[in-house]
Ligand binder design. Structure first.
Ligand SMILES: Nc1ncnc2c1ncn2[C@@H]1O[C@H](COP(=O)(O)OP(=O)(O)OP(=O)(O)O)[C@@H](O)[C@H]1O
Ligand SMILES: [Mg+2]
Length: 264
């Protein structure tokens, strides 16, 4: 379980970036965060994995033993330990392109093995076999030896998911994991992420309400640093306009304008 309470972050000039964000995500839930550009979605995720310290608020994460930690308050050593169990999937993959798919997956657990072993990428045969299983889970076991730099975007994103799986996370967060992908690969990736929520809470930021409606169990909308919706993943048109405001109305106006132009 992860619980976020009253996250607040402002700039020195007083501009509120996060304005009292609160929500809870349990194991079994795949929560999609929607919101216009600049709303505070990525900042919220950065607070979730301890990369950004809010001015106020709490982020309580349950570790593998079920113990809750407020990652805004724990010391650096404890934070490092909790973060080793937070799987992160980004839009830009964040893979080491010169290493093979299998090696990239194993990197997911680097923080959990001894310094001496990690210096030499000293993974055991058992760990390598487990990493291969993670690649097989996302249907690219046959690409294990290929340098990730040579893989397609969809394949790279699967390596990133396999890396997160291999990390044995207690929480999975994803920032725009499907934004670089074509519709077919985007669906495949959503289908692969969804079942991971059976063993841990999954929180992802998306720009595709039709995808979150289909694959997420719940949707949270953030606008101007505030949660303005938290509920059913299928959003009404009114709610979509409230979330995306002018942007969406403009798009809709353009769509209406096209047939008129064609007639003329
Ligand atoms: N270090 C910083 N200093 C000043 N402003 C910042 C800083 N980091 C983020 N911001 C601002 O905070 C706001 C929220 O940023 P955030 O990255 O969370 O947006 P987002 O909702 O993820 O948008 P997008 O959908 O475009 O990725 C933005 O207006 C951004 O410019
Ligand atoms: Mg963002």
């Amino acid at each position: 379980m992860i619980e976020v309470k009253n996250l607040t972050k402002s700039l020195p000039n007083g501009r509120m970036l996060l304005d009292g964000i609160s929500f809870k995500v349990k194991k079994g839930e795949f929560v999609g965060i929607l919101g216009p550009s600049g709303a505070g979605k990525t900042l919220t995720l950065r607070c979730l994995n301890g990369l950004l310290k809010p001015d106020k608020g709490e982020v309580i994460i349950q570790d593998e033993n079920g113990k809750g930690h407020d990652i805004c308050k724990i010391n650096k050593r404890e934070l490092r330990r909790v973060r080793q169990r937070i799987g992160v999937i980004f839009q830009g993959y964040h893979l080491v392109k010169r290493l093979s798919a299998l090696e990239n997956v194993m990197i997911g657990r680097l923080g959990q093995i001894s310094t001496a072993r990690s210096l030499f990428y000293g993974f055991t045969d058992g760990e390598a076999a487990e990493a291969l299983l993670a690649l097989e889970k996302v249907k690219i076991g046959h690409l294990a030896e290929i340098k990730t730099g040579n893989l397609s975007g969809g394949e790279m994103q699967r390596v990133a998911i396999a890396r997160a799986i291999f990390q044995l996370p207690t929480l999975l967060i994803a920032d725009e994991p499907i934004s670089n992908l074509d519709p077919s690969n985007a669906k495949i990736i959503m289908k692969m992420i969804k079942p991971l929520s059976a063993t841990m809470p999954v929180v992802g930021v998306f720009h595709q309400p039709e995808m979150t409606a289909k694959y997420c169990t719940r949707v949270i909308a953030i606008k101007d640093g505030k949660v303005i919706y938290d509920g059913d993943p299928k959003l009404s048109n009114d709610m979509l306009v409230e979330i995306y405001g002018e942007e969406l109305s403009l798009i809709e106006q353009q769509e209406h304008a096209v047939p008129a132009m064609l007639i003329n």
